[in-house]
Ligand binder design. Sequence first.
Ligand code: GAL
Length: 690
Amino acid sequence: MISTLLSRRGGADGDRGPGLVYGADYNPEQWPRSVWEEDVRLMREAGVNLVSVGIFSWARLQRAEDTWDFGWLDEVMDLLHRGGIGVDLATATASPPPWLTTARPEILPVTASGATVWPGARQHWRPTSPVFREYALRLVRKLATRYADHPALVAWHVSNELGCHNVYDYSDDAARAFRAWLRARYTTLDALNHAWGTAFWSQHYTDWDQILPPRLAASHPNPTQQLDFTRFSSDALKEYLRAERAVLREITPQVPVTTNFMVMSGTKGMNYADWAEEVDFVSNDHYVRPGPQDRDELSFSANLTSAVAGGRPWFLMEHSTSAVNWQPVNVAKRPGDLARDSLLHVAHGADAVCFFQWRQSAAGAEKYHSAMVPHAGADSDVFRAVCALGATLATLAPVAGSEREPAEVGILYDWESWWAGEQDSHPTSLLDYRQEALDWYSALLALGIRADLVTTRGDLHRHRVLIAPVLHMVPAALARTLTRYAERGGHLVTTYFSGIVDENDHVWLGGDPGALRDLLGIRVEEFAPLLAGESVELDDATTGGLWSDGITVTDPRTEVLARYRTGVQAGRPAVTRRGTGSGSAAYVSTRLGVAGLTALLPRLLGPAGVDSELPAAVRGLVETTVRRGADARFVFLVNRTDETVTVSGMDGEVLLGTPDAEGALALAPRDVAVLRQAAGRGTSSGAGAR
Ligand code: GAL
């Protein structure tokens, strides 16, 4: 769908064939009219073919309750259309204007301790406010009606990063909506009292109106109340998305609707696996956080977005050409980063590469955030790199529309386990779900093994090996699925603090790992987390941190792959694997980190017959992904290092990159190459357990 967005509507350049989308958020309202013509000229020079317009334009579109001003936007839309540039038009509802917050302050969110979130920044609105919704949907209707037939319009962009700043609202509106949500979930107060375990600390409810969001309390709020509030908050924003979408679909049923997700941002409040089906195509935003795993994290984010999108192409709505403005120190990108970062998203299924933003602001909170046209102007390395990337993306047009080819290894990423596993009053407050999952991913990259992030909504049986780090919440149905997976030949790998609770956050009794105890053939009587900085040695020369378990093997088919050598568990099993049916289920009871997992993984992957598809010399130096189209297979090779890496022995037509006389590809530092192979080649998909 994304690859045909532009060809559907044509534009001044006529009907284009499918291709990759290239562009940015465009905020012309920050600039005088005289700059707009130059913008379009430079966009054409850079190969930009789509921009997102109007994201923060509410105050300029509606000057007062009944004063509308669309003239400037008409002009921008016309200008872009004449320039052959499509528009992903925002519904402009992300930041309500001062006249509205002054007239209707009841739309402002409230924090857990009862403070008002005042206007002055953005996204100061309650997801459940009926008043906000009324005003916002009126604006959406106006925009949709006005631009329904505008030839530049190719997609709708609902709000912006829903929940980035306002996912948790504890207002009275939220309390009312939370009660309605709970009634729908539990029907009776008895069921709610059971689920929330209200026998504890005298919390028994006798009337729905007694129930509140988990506002500032004297001690730890009820854990299931917290969990349900997180679920509710994600659902409340999803409902809001649906409300805007309903208006758009009513007026422009032919125009696809999206909204930009943030699958790996600081906010974990939105369950995007659950939101994905609400949009016509999935969009994501990603910003590099400098650090030792920064590009692994980028790859992880892109891979997870692909999982959320069901393996179909998705839209990179925002990333940065260079520095951002919101980190403690905002590091500029090095030469080659701009292209490599963008192409790594494409490698994982992005059919669109867009930046925040087109022209770097001269004023406002984001004036030091990079853009496609920096403060220095078009005569700059950034703009030259932007133009070069535009040309590269044009070369890669044949990739557009291709889907991800399933890998043999899957890594399960589950929002419910993320939420539940990191709650307060747990054995450790140091557990970091995302980091544990990322470490497994980094270890696979270090071994040159392709892996797919998967969600519990995906087909878990598709992969020969399924790694489920910290799968804390395992309802009975998921336990059955995983058991069947292993019995039918899949190789499940899970870790400490997995299988512990059901969907109500109630502990599975009888010993850990609870719901997975029988499948794993082990039993743990008591958690043994480690203090910060404390570590334990294993007898396979790896080192564990964060956690250890006192494991007893309960099944003769369970083998011990490694034992603790030091610490209170010395001599006891640390890593186990139980054969079951034609598959197996392995358990890693401590946090091994990237180095430890890299050492351990070959032993876990061995029984599944999984190995790298890369030539031995470049494993770990190069990341590979595969996208599969109707008649071709595209192999991406991404240089993960700051050195030149030569890849030989890979066949296929070189779509991107320069082969030497022997056909080897020399990848400069941070460089990307793409090979096109005939569609029939490669590993068989669906190679897992059925
Ligand atoms: C995103 C947001 C953009 C811009 C960007 C800066 O979260 O959607 O509007 O603020 O961050 O990195």
